[in-house]
Design a protein around this ligand. Structure first.
Ligand SMILES: Cc1cc2nc3c(=O)[nH]c(=O)nc-3n(C[C@H](O)[C@H](O)[C@H](O)COP(=O)(O)O)c2cc1C
Length: 177
């Protein structure tokens, strides 16, 4: 299976990135392929509710880097949305991505795909309730099957690498694939 991790942290080799590496490294041993895509490397415009994606070919008509991401999403069997907690929600770049998933509401191309969540934060799981709830509802609305989450306490860049229990949680995230 092809697993696509959409990384919403601006910090490469930060906590989100390392947790994704742990999850993807483990499934690679079982023959799956993993791809990481750093959302901060892409110029993404906000959804402007033009509703063009509800008509015709049911695609977004904005001119930015999003078509590259749509192609990667379409090619993937499984998605991981990975974002640090910023103000009890996703980062701004991850929110841009989520808003731009609107064409999939109409074209249903995500129907039945599995999707996971990875979210480190300074305060840990107790700070993640709003994000987990909103993502679960959004996944359901899109027809995605919620696979589970890894929520860990980490703040300094790369700190999670020194937390064997948390790294193990990430390695186990995709065990059901
Ligand atoms: C703008 C901003 C807002 C943040 N908001 C929260 C928050 O609401 N709760 C929390 O626990 N941590 C918060 N954090 C801390 C990050 O979630 C934490 O440092 C995380 O480990 C960063 O992940 P990264 O290394 O993958 O970038 C915030 C950090 C930034 C920069």
């Amino acid at each position: 299976m092809k697993i696509l991790a959409l990384i919403g942290s601006p910090r490469k080799k930060g906590n989100t990135d390392l947790l994704v590496d742990a999850a993807l490294g483990e499934v690679a041993k079982r023959g799956h392929t993993g791809e990481k895509l750093y959302l901060y490397d892409y110029a993404l415009r906000p959804c402007v509710d033009c509703r063009a994606c509800k008509q015709g070919e049911k695609v977004c008509v904005q001119k930015d880097d999003m078509p590259k991401i749509y192609r990667a999403i379409d090619a993937a069997d499984v998605l991981i949305l990975a974002t640090p907690i910023y103000w009890y929600g996703p980062t701004a770049q991850m929110k841009l991505l989520i808003d731009r998933l609107r064409p999939y509401v109409a074209n249903r191309r995500l129907e039945g795909k599995k999707a996971y969540l990875i979210a480190p934060s300074e305060e840990g799981p107790s700070a993640c309730g709003p994000l987990v709830d909103s993502l679960k509802m959004s996944y359901k609305y899109l027809g995605l099957v919620y696979g589970g989450e890894v929520l860990v306490t980490a703040n300094e860049k790369g700190e999670v690498a020194n937390k064997p229990g948390e790294m193990e949680m990430a390695r186990r995230l995709l065990d059901d694939l």
